[in-house]
Design a protein around this ligand. Structure first.
Ligand code: PMP
Length: 360
């Protein structure tokens, strides 16, 4: 007799798999660089590593369930009451808590596309349906079209600013108009994973003030990018207390390790030093963008730590050309290639590939 196959949820059949950025191939005599995951090229600060070593001595104990110290530090940093702050295992962890709290079978979740690849995954896992609204040709969110896509079944809208993988922000005016157009009982997420790389002149909204004024707005932030802690998995959400409570209920217990909590607190304490690094990355981004534009590329206006190369059907070809010189980048076949801004030597090598590619 054959044993019955285990019953799994039907929905899994159409959940895409997350594709992680690959490590670069190791080539003889060439320093490899990973430009595929929008990571911070700088290693953790010695002061953060010291805290990590100390916190790991408590690895036999469970972490603080509510990340109390981290929550207080974030609240002081962002100027909000601690009850508005929910720490999670990366901002993608908090995002999945938002989905569990808001959407299920038969519901709809509106988001831009192309945007962060985790969106359709977490939406589908919740049982809800993704309503993907195309970006404008310049890689920006089309917020009026997203507002128009909201129906009586919409429970959540995801707005990514700067948008991964294209890079532009949504402006304060656009978000104001959008929040006025969307019913107050629809939760709106403003995913600000790359916020520290945004220049003031980009016109991005003050998300903290916005969420205080709009109880349906949840802001997502992370320690993975500007703070360089991607490997420790820690991020947070800012939300109205009723929503924040729901996000605590939908969390996997003890999802944020003691080490991650301590490292995040230490990173906030070392913020000045870390933000100097962010400024260097932003300067480097501007150098890379100016060089690409000088070569003749027409690119979306990135405010993040990456650039988007809109090469369409040639995406795989460009990624392979990068791979051949020891750079791993992220190709989205048929659409474009996302390249993380990193060490100047890595960026120079990418610029050479980009120049050759344009002529080929
Ligand atoms: N949001 C966006 C837009 C991202 O690009 C990422 C990471 N690639 C995340 C959220 C998740 O980051 P983390 O879970 O590391 O905080």
């Amino acid at each position: 007799m054959t044993s019955p196959s285990p019953r799994l949820r039907d929905v899994l059949a159409d959940v895409p798999s997350y594709v992680p950025g690959r490590r670069p191939a190791v080539l003889e005599g060439v320093t490899p660089y990973k430009l595929a995951s929008n990571e911070n090229p700088y290693p953790p600060l010695p002061s953060v590593l010291e805290v990590v070593a100390r916190a790991s001595q408590e690895a036999n104990r469970y972490p603080d369930l509510l990340s109390t110290e981290l929550t207080a530090a974030v609240a002081a940093h962002d100027g909000v009451p601690a009850e508005h702050v929910v720490a999670g295992p990366g901002s993608v962890g908090v995002l999945s808590q938002v989905l569990t709290a808001t959407a299920g079978d038969g519901d709809e979740v509106v988001h831009a596309w192309r945007s962060f690849e985790a969106y359709p995954i977490v939406v589908r896992l919740s049982g809800a349906r993704s309503v993907a609204v195309p970006l404008r040709p310049d890689g920006r969110h089309d917020l009026p079209a997203m507002a128009a896509a909201v129906t009586g079944r919409t429970r959540l809208v995801l707005v990514c600013s700067p948008n991964n993988p294209t890079g532009p922000v949504v402006t304060a005016e656009e978000v104001d108009a959008f929040l006025s157009a969307v019913p107050d009982d629809v939760v709106v997420v403003l995913d600000e994973a790359y916020r520290e790389f945004v220049r003031p002149e980009a016109g991005a909204p003050d998300a903290v003030a916005l969420h205080l004024a709009h109880p349906n707005l949840v802001v997502l932030r992370t320690f993975s990018k500007a703070y360089g802690l991607a490997g420790l998995r820690v991020g947070y959400g800012l939300a109205h207390p009723a929503v924040a409570d729901a996000l605590r209920k939908t969390a996997i217990p003890f999802g944020v390790s003691t080490v991650a909590q301590a490292a995040a607190v230490a990173s906030l304490e070392a913020e000045d030093e870390l933000l100097e690094r962010v400024r260097a990355i932003v300067d480097e981004r501007e150098r890379v963008v100016a060089a690409l534009v000088g070569q003749g590329w027409d690119l979306p206006a990135t405010e993040a730590n990456f650039v988007w190369m809109p090469v369409g059907e040639r995406a795989t070809e460009l990624a392979e050309a990068c791979g051949a010189v020891g750079l791993s980048v992220r190709a989205f076949p048929g659409d474009g290639v996302r390249v993380t801004v990193a060490e100047p030597e890595a960026d120079d090598r990418f610029l050479e590939v980009a120049a050759r590619f344009l002529r080929s």
